[in-house]
Design a protein around this ligand. Structure first.
Ligand SMILES: O=C(O)CCC(=O)C(=O)O
Ligand SMILES: [Fe+2]
Length: 516
């Protein structure tokens, strides 16, 4: 049962590790996330288990083709697999790190405006839920992107051990990526050029035991934005779960093994053939859990998109190409992804917010926000809004069969427009008071420029929407205070019930600067 104890802000207890040491009558509300689907715990006879790939077979030996076929099908069917391999001193060193006094650990705390460092879930709003875990995230490669106060300042034994671990794992990751390229029939060169000396980062996560583990989530469901993630369960305590065919399945790590996740970039590279697996971590009431995830990504200088060598008329690209630098920046810039901000945006676009897409609500695959909004059909649709001081966001609508590009209304095409040239392109200020908690949405303004880009084409894949195809998700130029800024989408979903009715419910999505 949820506690009635007042919420404590993570600022009150600096880390979840410290919070968990305090006597507690109930879990502070901020950590209570009771809406999680339970996993299937035992199917006595047929509990699905993730595929196991033997690296020795994969690299040499007679069974190598058979093992490669297993790897290919594991990536296609599961998006996750297990590799028997080395285990390093790293486990010991990481456990030692979490035994350091709090002041020592706080030397690496996440600094305002940053995503790297040690601490709890980064807060974007007062009502945000917080995971039952402390993370230490940092970029490890390229070397010049390392934050001087993080890796270089770690206790020397941990730092040196991590350095050798990173270089070992880099070799393992390249071997895996080359084998994956072979299985996908992508040219090896293409993968090498992307990932060799690519962007790499690491996340050490500490999950303290929790007196009411069923109320909290260790790590919110997500897919990794990486190419592949190599995950080490540091202290042998289980907790990772993945979603397969709609059901949560616990992952049992083999002793001394890694689990490898297919991430979003590999899904894109394979043009959708491989699946970026949705996963989460749960906690228990008895034992702390520690994991170490290492994320392997392309270099900042390259573009992410479906591999050129597998694209042909029978397999057209389903994702747009985007520079890695931008991909990464977008991933970490999530500021308006909370219910309050999204309902304000919805009110600015239509009459009211009907529903937030579950992916959006759970901040999963969330490079755009998808909302179902009731709109007034007497008024032009809203093509873009300006949030706060200067962020222009465009909006896309799903299921708008007819749209007049002159006046922005949805019941006629522009040759029959009675309103033209009535609409004005002058930006209008919204007469709402800005909620004080939303420093990032001080005001919302509109502009009136209409075009086919407002309509999401019928066959467009919605996810990963923000990377989706040439015809669908578009970049548009919208005016901003005398100059032009290029911004990606808001997108809307669903169907207009009937263009004859005076209001209709339309799903909308808003891309933004969202940070996990
Ligand atoms: O702790 C785990 O097992 C999962 C970690 C994870 O998914 C991540 O860091 O992205
Ligand atoms: Fe993950």
């Amino acid at each position: 049962m949820a506690s009635s104890q007042p919420a404590r802000s993570p600022a009150n207890s600096l880390t979840v590790q410290e919070l968990a040491k305090e006597p507690m009558l109930g879990i502070p509300q901020r950590y209570v996330q009771g809406d999680q689907q339970p996993p299937i715990l035992s199917f006595a006879t047929s509990m699905p288990t993730i595929p196991i790939i033997d690296m020795n077979h994969l690299i040499m030996g007679e069974a190598k083709d058979h093992e490669l076929e297993k790897l290919h099908s594991a990536c296609k069917e599961w998006g996750i697999f297990d590799v028997s391999s080395l285990v390093k001193k790293v486990k010991y060193e990481i456990e030692e790190f979490y035994k350091l006094p709090l002041e020592e650990r706080m030397r690496y705390k996440i600094r305002p405006g940053d995503v790297e460092g040690y601490g709890q879930t980064i807060l974007h709003s007062e009502d945000q839920k917080v995971d039952w875990a402390d993370r230490f995230y940092m970029i490890t490669n390229p070397i010049n992107r390392r934050k001087p106060h993080l890796l270089p300042e770690l206790p020397s034994s941990l730092r040196d051990t991590l350095e050798s671990y990173f270089s070992e794992l880099q070799k393992l990751a390249m071997t895996l990526l080359e084998l994956i390229a072979k299985a996908l029939k992508i040219e090896k060169k293409e993968v090498e050029e992307m990932f060799e000396d690519g962007m790499q980062s690491v996340r050490m996560t500490y999950y303290p035991p929790c007196p009411q583990p069923e109320l909290v989530v260790g790590l919110t469901p997500h897919s990794d934005a990486s190419g592949i993630t190599i995950l080490l369960q540091v202290n042998g305590v289980e907790g990772l779960q993945l979603k397969k065919d709609g059901v949560w399945i616990p992952v049992n790590f083999l002793p001394d093994s890694f689990v490898v996740n297919v991430g979003d970039i590999l899904e894109i590279l394979s043009n959708g053939l491989y699946k970026s697996i949705e996963h989460r971590a749960m906690v228990n009431s008895v034992k702390e859990r520690i994991s170490l995830a290492m994320f392997f990504n392309p270099k900042f200088q390259v573009e992410v998109g479906p591999a050129a060598s597998i694209i042909n008329p029978q397999n057209p690209p389903i994702f747009k190409r985007v520079g890695m630098e931008k991909y990464f920046k977008d991933f970490f810039s999530l500021e308006i992804y909370n219910d309050l901000a999204l309902s304000r945006i919805a009110e600015a676009i239509g009459i009211n917010l009907i529903k937030i897409d579950p992916f959006t609500a759970r901040k999963l695959k969330c490079k755009f926000a998808r909302l179902c909004i009731e709109i007034d059909l007497n008024r032009p649709v809203v093509p873009c809004i300006k949030l706060g001081q200067g962020l222009w966001q465009t909006i896309q609508y799903e299921g708008l069969p007819v749209l007049c590009y002159q006046c922005g209304r949805v019941d006629h095409l522009h040759p029959k427009c009675l309103y033209f040239p009535a609409s004005t392109s002058k930006a209008i200020s919204v007469p709402h008071e800005a909620p004080t908690t939303l420093h990032n949405i001080q005001s919302i303004e509109y502009c009136s420029i209409y075009g086919p880009w407002l309509q999401v084409p019928r066959r467009q894949r919605l996810w990963p929407h923000w990377l989706a195809n040439e015809s669908g998700r578009q970049q548009v130029w919208v005016p901003s205070a005398g100059n032009f800024e290029q911004q990606n989408l808001l997108c809307l979903t669903d169907e207009l019930n009937s263009p004859k009715e005076k209001s209709a419910t339309i799903p909308v999505s808003v891309s933004s600067s969202l940070a996990r």
